[in-house]
Design a protein around this ligand. Structure first.
Ligand code: GCO
Ligand code: MG
Length: 412
């Protein structure tokens, strides 16, 4: 078969409401593919990696040789793994899959084995400073058709905390950490785990009492607990039947999950900050988690995420791909095509992008019955308005940092 020559690789850094890093690959005969490599708060490192180190290597290669290109970039760098490397490889990999599917004239999920379901069940982000606000936010999600919601609330005595909208507007709020705040340095928040542990079970008790047993509920502890605190929280939340408790502890310490497992049957989701299958090895092989959180954008693209998902599937671990607004519509589309095809798909996170973002990235995926379905046109099914992207240049923005009440830096 005649090779499909890569002619040009461009890196597009744009900030329509928040920063995104996109790769555009063009073949000599005019097929264009896009890939997402956005790494929130560290975008320019990925842009440089792509522009300075990967783009020159791609010229003249066969765009069809996806596996060979993946191995060439991964093994060829000598310096393996890591968020910057794996996001850069992800962007290239996704763009090549986009091209292959366009050449085949098929939506990408068809090349990944075809649809295993009608659509991918998604969860939205409900939050509130207090119970009435939280209930309004849940109701607004239900009115939009969501069947699963993540529940995050303020903690009495603490100021703004992760995951809670700072200014709710009729439940249609966006919380301010997404986009990361545009500023030269990160803002600081204050954290106190004892106050959180005292408060959270009562929130879930109230939500279950208000919305009944059917609604799918999730929670993100955002890496803040010690193993024994996480074990206690998982146990305290058991009566409220969570779909998952996410990132209970910072997962560099994987032995922590053994302790958590000994104490609770609340399902655990981990991995949004992981980037290779190797990061999951112990957690999956020892059956210490229930959902893997990697999205295509941060885990080496579709090629490598498939490896993670297949490995997880051997242990009845399902996917729960990361899908905040710091993953672009291109990255979300990549996860959706794979999610639609995978047997062990679990749930997909879905924060709706802002209108500003949609002016640059025009996705063809559609929301209905609480789920997303990728576009049925050839490729990934996301169009990019290059001129609109150029009108929204990069702006420095950082995620907040956390300090304990005595000033000690804590996990955010
Ligand atoms: C989630 C995540 C995000 C991260 C964000 C960091 O579960 O959606 O925890 O909210 O904080 O992606 O950039
Ligand atoms: Mg999370």
């Amino acid at each position: 078969m005649t090779p499909l020559r890569i002619d040009r690789t461009q890196v597009i850094v744009t900030s329509p409401g928040r920063n995104f890093v996109t790769v555009r690959i063009d073949t000599a005969d005019g097929v264009t593919g896009y890939g997402d490599g956005t790494l929130n708060g560290r975008e320019l490192s990925v842009a440089s990696y792509l522009r300075d180190h990967l783009a020159p290597l791609l010229v003249g290669r066969d765009a069809h040789a996806i596996e060979d290109t993946w191995q060439y970039l991964y093994r060829g760098s000598y310096w393996r793994r890591g968020p910057v490397t794996m996001a850069a490889i992800a962007a290239v990999d996704t763009a090549l899959w986009d091209i292959k599917a366009k050449v085949a004239g098929l939506p990408l999920y068809q090349l990944l084995g075809g649809a295993s379901r009608e659509r991918c069940l998604v969860y939205g982000h409900a939050s509130g400073a207090n119970l009435p606000e939280l209930f309004d936010s849940v109701r607004a999600h239900l009115a939009q058709g969501f069947r699963a919601v993540r529940i995050q609330t303020a903690v009495p005595g603490l100021g703004s905390v992760y995951g809670v909208a700072s200014s709710p507007v009729g439940g249609a709020e966006r919380y301010d950490y997404e986009p990361a705040r545009r500023a030269a340095v990160p803002v600081t928040e204050t954290w106190e785990t004892r106050a959180y542990l005292r408060h959270l079970p009562s929130v879930f008790e109230a939500v279950r009492a208000e919305f009944g047993p059917e609604l799918i509920l999730l929670h993100d502890a955002h890496h803040r607990l010690t193993p024994i605190q996480a074990a206690r929280l998982g146990k305290a939340l058991e009566p409220y039947d969570l779909f998952w408790l996410e990132d209970p502890t910072p997962a560099e310490n994987q032995d922590a999950l053994r302790l958590i497992r000994q104490h609770t049957t609340t399902p655990i989701a981990i991995g949004e900050v992981f980037n290779t299958v190797w990061d999951y090895r112990q957690l999956i092989a020892e059956q210490l988690i229930d959902y893997v959180r990697s999205p295509a954008t941060h885990a080496g693209g579709i090629t490598h995420l498939r490896r993670i998902a297949d490995y997880a599937g051997m242990y009845q671990v399902k996917t729960g791909m990361h899908g905040p607004t710091d993953i672009s519509p291109i990255g979300l589309a990549a996860s959706l095509h794979l999610g639609l095809a995978l047997h062990n798909f679990g749930i997909q996170e879905y924060m709706v992008h802002s209108d500003e973002t949609h002016a640059v990235f025009q996705p063809g995926y559609s929301f209905a019955d609480g789920g997303l379905r990728p576009a049925d046109e050839p490729g990934l099914g996301v169009a990019l308005d290059v001129e609109c992207a150029a009108r929204n240049p990069y702006q420095p923005a950082y995620l907040p940092i956390n300090r304990l009440t005595d000033g000690t830096v804590h996990d955010w």
